[in-house]
Design a protein around this ligand. Structure first.
Ligand code: UD1
Ligand code: UDP
Length: 368
């Protein structure tokens, strides 16, 4: 059996890495890795291949940045000949980025089966580009691997046949579990490099267009972060989308301990999450990782496609209410944080379950 994986953006890498590893131990499976090139900076791409121990991509489509339509169309145009030439039995796509939906659509048109890892998540907010990508990818996929039960319920409600849906758990957590020891080993050096000492600190990431694209809006968020930084150091690895906008909005400030740094590699970021007093973010994956680590997380979004992190985990949606962000931060620093439970099947073995489902699927197909 030949399985082709498609990755393109930062959050794809930590999802694909464990699936590649789990499939590698199955006899008779050939794997091909395609990178679309949606993310291309060394600290948004190469560093993950190194740290996650991923094979180098067999093909890089080098699409780069562009508007949603241009980027999606360019990935489709460049990916189609790869599928035609390599003729995989199954293509695996990950998460909810433009690379995910573009690859799934190419496969659907060529009648090549698609598996979607991280299927069924819904924010019910169609202004979010990722929600469109999720809805479409799940309609196109033949195998849908869900991280939690709410994913199954969403898919059934949308008419996806039950036999296509496989509740396997969270592959991001597979990577976290595997690399937590490396992150702990890295921590003392990081603490020294960032001059963190033993004081509590907050960790921030922001990249959702709804938060960062409007410069005034981003300025208001930065004001709130500066207020928080008066109380404790704030470490903020800045996503390239946000870096562009910040150039326009953060001039002329005094310098409290708000530290804007370049995006960091996976192991460093995991160490920073693990030891943070709180995390402030609009990332999807970080809501899950903080839930697993039981680190308080304040999410600057009105909704989440990962409600389990609010219901069972350490996540609080503060929406666009920056006074609420200030108040919740104070509450956490004053010692009142929520109890957090690790959701079922977030156990480091989701990718093994995916590999087992794929092996069974292939056997059943061969017998047909
Ligand atoms: C993309 C995903 C988003 C995901 C995020 C993870 C879509 C629609 N969005 O958003 O779901 O949460 O990745 O990080 O697929 N840029 C660079 N260097 C890079 C990559 C991007 O400078 O290596 C800059 C470019 O100016 C680009 C901008 O960042 O225009 C945005 O990149 P893009 O991939 O379009 O979207 P993200 O905001 O990264
Ligand atoms: N991450 C990282 N370095 C950073 C910021 C994030 O390694 O500077 C990791 C983080 O631990 C998680 C993933 O990137 O595994 C989340 O990706 P991102 O926030 O870019 O995308 P989203 O999950 O919102 O789609």
């Amino acid at each position: 059996m030949h399985i082709l994986h498609v990755v393109g953006a930062r959050p794809n890498f930590m999802k694909a890495a464990p699936v590649l590893r789990a499939l590698a131990v199955h006899v008779g499976i050939k794997q091909t890795l395609v990178h679309t090139g949606q993310h291309y900076d060394a600290n948004m791409s190469d560093v993950f291949f190194e740290q996650l121990g991923m094979p180098r991509p067999d093909v890089n489509l080098e699409v780069g940045s562009g508007s949603h339509s241009r980027q999606t169309a360019e990935i489709m145009t460049r990916f189609e000949p790869v599928v035609l030439e390599r003729r995989p039995d199954l293509v695996l796509v990950y998460g909810d980025v433009n690379s995910t939906v573009a690859a799934a659509l190419v496969c659907a048109k060529l009648l090549v089966p698609v598996g979607h890892v991280e299927a069924g998540l819904r924010s019910r907010d169609r202004t979010m580009p990722e929600e469109i990508n999720r809805l479409l990818t799940d309609q196109l996929a033949d195998l849908l691997f869900t991280p939690s039960k709410d994913g199954d319920a969403n898919l059934l409600r949308e008419g996806v046949p039950a036999e296509k849906i496989h509740l396997v758990g969270n592959v991001m957590i597979d990577t976290l579990v595997r690399l937590l020891p490396a992150a702990e080993k890295r921590w003392p050096a990081l603490q020294t490099n960032l001059d963190l000492g033993k004081v509590p600190y907050a960790l921030v990431t922001l990249h959702r267009p709804s938060n960062v694209d409007d410069v005034e809006n981003l300025g208001r968020i930065m004001d709130a972060l500066y207020d928080i930084a008066v109380r404790l150091p704030v470490i903020f690895p800045v996503h390239p989308r946000t870096r562009q906008r910040l150039k326009l909005s953060s001039e002329g400030r005094v310098d409290p301990p708000l530290r804007l740094i370049e995006p960091v590699g996976y192991v460093d970021f995991l160490a920073l999450q693990r030891h943070a007093a709180l995390v402030i973010t609009d990332s999807g994956g970080i809501q899950e990782e903080t839930t697993f680590l039981s680190v308080p997380c304040l999410t600057l979004r009105e909704n989440t496609e990962r409600p389990i992190t609010v219901e069972q985990g350490s996540n609080i949606l503060v929406g666009r209410d920056l006074d609420r962000l200030r108040a919740e931060t104070a509450r956490i620093l004053d010692g009142s944080s929520r109890r957090s439970r690790v959701p079922p099947l977030w156990d480091g073995k989701a990718s093994e379950r995916i590999a087992a489902v794929i092996a069974d699927w292939f056997t059943a197909r061969s017998l047909r």
